[in-house]
Write a protein that binds this ligand. Sequence first.
Ligand code: AQP
Length: 334
Amino acid sequence: MDKKKIVFSGVQPSGNLHLGNYLGALKNFVSLQKDMECIYCVVDLHAITVFQKPNELKNNILETTACFLASGLDDSKSIIFNQSSVSGHSELAWILNCVSRVGWLNRMTQFKDKAGSDKEKASVGLYIYPNLMAADILLYKATHVPVGADQKQHLELSRDIAQKFNKDFNCKDFFPLPEPLISKNISRVMSLRDGTKKMSKSEESDYSRINLKDNADEIQKKIKKAKSDSDVIPDNLKALEKKPEALNLLNIYSEISHIKLEKVLSEMSGKDYSHLKEKLTDLLIDEICPVGKEIKKLMDDKTHLLKILKKGTEKAKIKAEENLNIIREKVGLV
Ligand code: AQP
């Protein structure tokens, strides 16, 4: 194991985890745990930047933990815990709120998207969310962060914050500048209804996404209804430039089948999208249904899930406290 590399990433317990979370984040989490020290967090404090019903939140924290495990994370290899149980995240977030600049946050496009047209009504938490994300990563001096492409801008901000902290407190290289690890093939899975929007938990229509808990019937219906194109499948990528929904389905197929997109096009060109949809449905059922079944099984024993989180919390707390002691000293807190 490469001890110098520390991986950190998180997933919000804000609803059903979907194919975007799975291909954009969870699958990478699993592949990294073999060779690196990995810390994976159910980021419940991020989730409450948008109102969550308390009972649903509790359940979603456990279900997100179950999704981690069902996707292949192993609690004996990775630290798995929930963010609010390690208070160092909030403490460092406050310190970093004082390092980060309003101008930097004003450039964050996710805030603009999530706050919608009436930004005055968005929570302050939603606005400063990227500073909390920087704290999550820097608390463990993480060097690598596996994320979907939608989080790239937030990660760049984390690097800016780390750099400013190192400069302000005259401690060159104290915080490493975290590197994003973004899947090269499919960095952004798009909505099945609108190929210009990313697949998301909070999108109203359930037909826009494949949830990890969907059964074979639901997957089949959703792919059947997914937007594609009335033309046949082309033989080149250029022809898909203005067809985001068709490109999205082909990208998902390529990712799950491990066949390069160019090869998929050469094999399927001239065929109707119904051909792609049938093959994609079969692949998704094989890949996702076992994960969904495992999630449901794990959710039958909540005590076990709580135990896993508790064990992870204990390990994370030790690392967090060690770093926080030095951070407090650097800032001049006594
Ligand atoms: N559509 C996506 N394609 C690729 N990666 C994605 N991720 C999320 N959606 C896609 C990646 O999954 C990880 C966890 O994301 P998150 O749940 O913490 O937050 P999010 O990005 O805001 O996801 P959602 O589904 O859009 O949630 P809501 O609707 O609650 O805001 C991240 O690494 C993310 O990049």
